[in-house]
Design a protein around this ligand. Structure first.
Ligand code: ADP
Length: 271
């Protein structure tokens, strides 16, 4: 080996190390920016209800609004409930993301599980005048057994079903569906509605923290924008993935896939 060879090898090695350092630096910068953005989102989300609470109380103290009128106290109380929901959801999401949540996985037949969930939410959804059904598209010979944490999974389905209920007007239709994917290695669970649908440019954001769609937001029902982020995190911990298909004015389909096997390795039962 000539000296030139050695020098060349050394130079190549140095430039590789340099590239790795640069990549690590970029990753750190991205994490830092994400953290800054999250902090600023959180302060904004907590600041808004706080400002209205202050406004109402100041109005009462100054005698601008009638202190004997419970309407204002109710408004204040509702804002404190919203603050509570934001902090609870944030704590939940932080725990889920750091792996500080204990999952208890059980083998469950998804056909039975989805039917049970259907009956739990039936009354609440139909009460709004929405027609609610469930569809089993699993081939009869397949039992659709996957390993899930039933309580956490209900949290996901509850988020999807109550979103469908919230955004779909009375007279609309919501459907809970269980089926297989084409390669038969995953079970798909989906919630379909014929509500307002989602703008194409909003679609990549719906699972992000604090995202609330502009046109869709039902003004009387304040959302925190953390429900779908929490759901996505729970599904990922089951080795699955979430997705959405929707078109403005044509309803939405929120779904997730759960692998039929091979997810036991993701068992966070430390703690
Ligand atoms: P929240 O419901 O508290 O606003 P989510 O994280 O559950 O927060 O949902 C984020 C956003 O995704 C909603 O604000 C809405 O814009 C959109 N979205 C969710 N579900 C539906 C649905 N079924 N139909 C239309 N838009 C939806």
């Amino acid at each position: 080996q000539t000296l030139e060879d050695k020098v060349e090898r050394r130079t190549r090695k140095l430039s590789e190390t340099n590239q790795e350092l640069e990549d690590a630096n970029h990753r750190l910068e991205r994490m830092y920016r994400a953290r800054q953005e999250l902090m600023s989102n959180i302060s904004h989300e907590l600041g808004t209800p706080m400002t209205s609470i202050q406004g109402y109380i100041k109005g009462m103290l100054d005698g601008v609004v009638d202190r004997g009128d419970p309407t204002y106290l109710k408004l204040v109380y509702n804002k404190t409930l919203l603050l509570q929901k934001i902090t609870d959801d944030l704590r939940e999401l932080a725990k889920l993301e750091s792996g500080g949540i204990t999952y208890t996985f059980e083998e469950r037949n998804m056909r039975d599980y989805v039917e049970t969930i259907y009956f739990i939410y039936k009354e609440e959804i139909e009460r709004k005048g929405i027609s609610f059904t469930w569809e089993d598209h699993l081939p009869p010979e397949r039992n659709g057994v996957v390993s899930i944490d039933p309580i956490r999974m209900e949290q996901v389905l509850s988020n999807l079903l109550l979103n469908a209920r919230k955004f779909t007007p009375a007279g609309g239709t919501v459907t809970l569906v269980v089926q297989e994917n084409e390669s038969r290695d995953s079970i798909i669970i989906a919630v379909r509605d014929d509500g307002p649908g989602i703008e194409e440019e909003e679609l990549p954001n719906v699972f992000k923290r604090f995202f609330r769609g502009g046109a869709n937001v039902v003004k009387t029902e304040e959302g925190v924008g953390l429900g779908l982020a929490i759901s996505a995190e729970i599904v990922r911990s089951h080795g699955g993935e979430v997705g959405v298909e929707s078109r403005k004015g044509e309803g939405s389909l929120f779904y997730f896939l759960l692998p039929v096997s091979g997810i036991k390795s993701i068992n966070h039962t430390e703690e």
